[in-house]
Design a protein around this ligand. Structure first.
Ligand code: MG
Ligand code: MG
Length: 280
């Protein structure tokens, strides 16, 4: 017997509510980018994010995950995801990935960015290339979604984008396959799981109004990870650095709406050849 899997979409009214949550996440990340600098601790960033989200009527939804009490995940250098904010002082040249989520009026947003502390002058060239390749693969994955299409086309597009970037950049890139994207809506993590890498199945059909979080994690080496003794922090097994980018996205009959992008994804979608289709 095979399990049936029919995904449900959101109504336009629900998408408008999800946009509120997504926009708050996007604005929080923009705010944080201005504060990421040498000498700042990851706990300070976490406090800034919590204050910003709560003062704008949101709830830090990472705190709703059992056993987690922070607003952000801050993953530095060889940390891939789920780094816990704390006393770590950011140094020039560190590659930091910031994952942030918020719930507003019962609806959720989830997004992540990667940056080099101190900016591009402080960066190793391979880190800048990795960050750009990972971000590009996120938009490639997003642009692969359409109503009636198959969900796992996302992973095919992410992987094709990363593979092309590796050839172009001359670096080895590894796509993490132990962690995946997910549906999002009344909770942050909902079915279905969305692989950020190519799989042999095609996945369920995407219905109108589907909302999912796409989140490629890419390394400068292998694809194997381990979890530190804090039971959260995921690091690369080979010690190479990693980048993580994520957006929450709505799939509409007319195109896509990137709920956690400040501009709704208009610029990135246009560059990817995908239609930008917010609920107006
Ligand atoms: Mg996230
Ligand atoms: Mg997520």
């Amino acid at each position: 017997m095979f399990g049936r899997r029919k995904l449900q979409g959101r109504t336009d009214e629900q998408l408008v509510l999800m946009r509120e949550a997504g926009l708050l996440v996007g604005r929080t990340l923009v705010m944080l980018e201005e504060h990421i600098a040498p000498g700042v601790t990851t706990a300070q960033l976490d406090r800034l994010a919590e204050d910003f989200i709560r003062s704008h009527g949101g709830i830090p939804n990472f705190q709703l995950v059992p056993g987690y009490s922070h607003t952000l995940c801050t993953s530095v250098n060889d940390e891939v995801v789920h780094g816990i904010p704390g006393d770590r002082v950011l140094e020039a040249g560190d590659l930091v990935s910031i994952d942030c989520g918020a719930e507003v009026r019962g609806w959720n947003g989830d997004a992540a960015i990667s940056v080099v502390v101190g900016g591009s002058e402080a960066a190793r060239p391979e880190d800048l290339a990795l960050i750009a390749a990972t971000e590009a693969s996120l938009y490639a994955g997003i642009a692969a979604m359409r109503v009636g299409g198959r969900l796992y086309a996302v992973g095919d597009a992410v992987e094709a984008s990363v593979d092309a970037a590796a050839v172009r950049d001359g670096y080895t890139y590894g796509i993490i396959d132990e962690y995946v994207g997910h549906g999002i809506g009344t909770e942050m993590h909902m079915d279905p799981q969305i692989p950020n890498y190519a799989v042999s199945e095609t996945g369920p059909k995407i219905p109108a109004g589907f909302t999912g979080a796409i989140e490629p994690m890419v390394t400068l080496g292998g694809t194997t990870t381990k979890v530190l003794s804090d039971d959260w922090t995921v690091v690369t097994a080979d010690g190479t650095r990693a980048s993580h980018w994520e957006h929450s996205v709505a799939v509409r009959p007319e195109g896509l709406w990137i709920l956690t992008a400040i501009d709704g994804g208009e610029a990135a979608l246009e560059a990817s050849g995908a239609a930008y289709a917010p609920v107006s």
